[in-house]
Write a protein that binds this ligand. Structure first.
Ligand code: NCD
Length: 323
């Protein structure tokens, strides 16, 4: 995987998964995002780094924040952006992924942002991409969602730079969550000493212990002394068969309530990649409360996606090429 994601000189070409990438390169993503965050939120809204480049947003699964922030990121860097509405595209007429890719390549694009319900789809695109074309994974099946993991890490680091002292709890549908998988890899790579996962037994992957996490089935025990709690959405669209008893029962055991949050450290950050189900995964007052950084995650997604795009296309200094 590393060979596919990196150029021969070690720079980023494709961003497909956290696995296979090294910590210095991911630190560079965070640091570049920090400079873009400043640039994007100051008066200079548009930077000319990707002027003349074409970005294709290819989403085979629904998305609001990921698709929009990728699009905005490309526009802030002055790229031309095309959004392919897959529901209305030729894939619904039986075209294979490879034919879709070849057709789009014939239009001379520089970067594909791919979201697909099948694990490995972005990897497949990268394997078949011609020289000079980069692929960014915007979520593939249950496998990986690396820009989400980076924006989460970025958000945590901004509030709690002491990553090597943190207790992070990830709660909910770990089984179907590409977000959790990528987060666990990223948190481990950045030296977070204690990662706890909490889920009903039916929503835990069999291999989860091998990922360097502590497993809990009691949320009250897991949240004790936590610095960060990350809630996950129940991925009903990926559930086949009865994996859950009822929403009420789920909320009672795995929902984040005021009472539960009181067991964590006083300034424990509350996170959710969205979209969230209020009253199922999280109490509304907490989602909107002082400890919630859920909307900050969305804003930071823009900076992270700008950073990854600029690095993949070879220009990362926000000051570079300023008109
Ligand atoms: C996540 C995804 O699509 O994997 N959402 C997101 O990118 N913001 C999580 C989810 O859908 O539950």
């Amino acid at each position: 995987m590393a060979e596919l994601q990196l150029r021969p000189d070690g720079r980023l070409r494709h961003f497909l998964s956290i696995e296979g990438l090294n910590q210095p390169l991911l630190s560079e993503v965070l640091d570049t995002a920090e400079s873009f965050r400043k640039a994007a939120f100051q008066q200079v809204r548009k930077l000319p780094l990707l002027r003349g480049k074409t970005v294709i947003n290819l989403f085979f699964e629904p998305s609001t924040r990921t698709r929009t922030t990728f699009e905005l990121a490309a526009r802030r860097l002055s790229a031309d952006v095309v959004n392919i509405d897959v529901a209305a595209s030729s894939t619904t007429k039986g075209e294979t992924l490879l034919d879709t890719l070849r057709t789009l390549e014939a239009m001379h694009c520089d970067l594909f942002v791919v979201r697909h319900g099948l694990s490995g789809a972005a990897h497949f695109f990268a394997q078949h991409a011609p020289e000079g074309v980069s692929v960014l994974n915007a979520g593939d099946g249950r496998h990986s969602h690396p820009t989400q993991a980076m924006l989460d890490l970025f958000t945590i680091r901004r509030h709690r730079p002491d990553l090597d002292r943190l207790k992070v709890v990830i709660v909910g549908d770990i089984l179907h969550s590409r977000v959790a998988r990528s987060q666990i890899h990223a948190l481990n790579l950045f030296g977070v000493p204690e990662i706890r996962v909490v889920a009903p037994a039916t929503l835990l992957p069999v291999d989860v212990e091998t990922m360097g996490v502590h497993i809990y089935n009691d949320f009250d025990a897991a949240i004790d002394g936590a610095d960060v709690v990350i809630m996950l959405r129940l991925q009903r669209e990926r559930m086949h068969g009865p994996l859950l008893s009822s929403k009420d029962e789920y909320f009672r055991r795995f929902g984040l309530t005021e009472k539960r949050l009181a067991r964590a450290r006083p300034n424990c950050l509350v996170m959710h990649p969205g979209p969230m189900n209020r009253g199922v995964e999280i109490e509304s007052s907490i989602a909107d409360g002082a400890q919630s950084v859920i909307l900050e995650q969305v804003s930071n997604g823009l900076a992270i996606r700008m950073a990854v795009m600029a690095m993949a296309l070879g220009s990362r200094d926000p000051g570079e090429g300023k008109a």
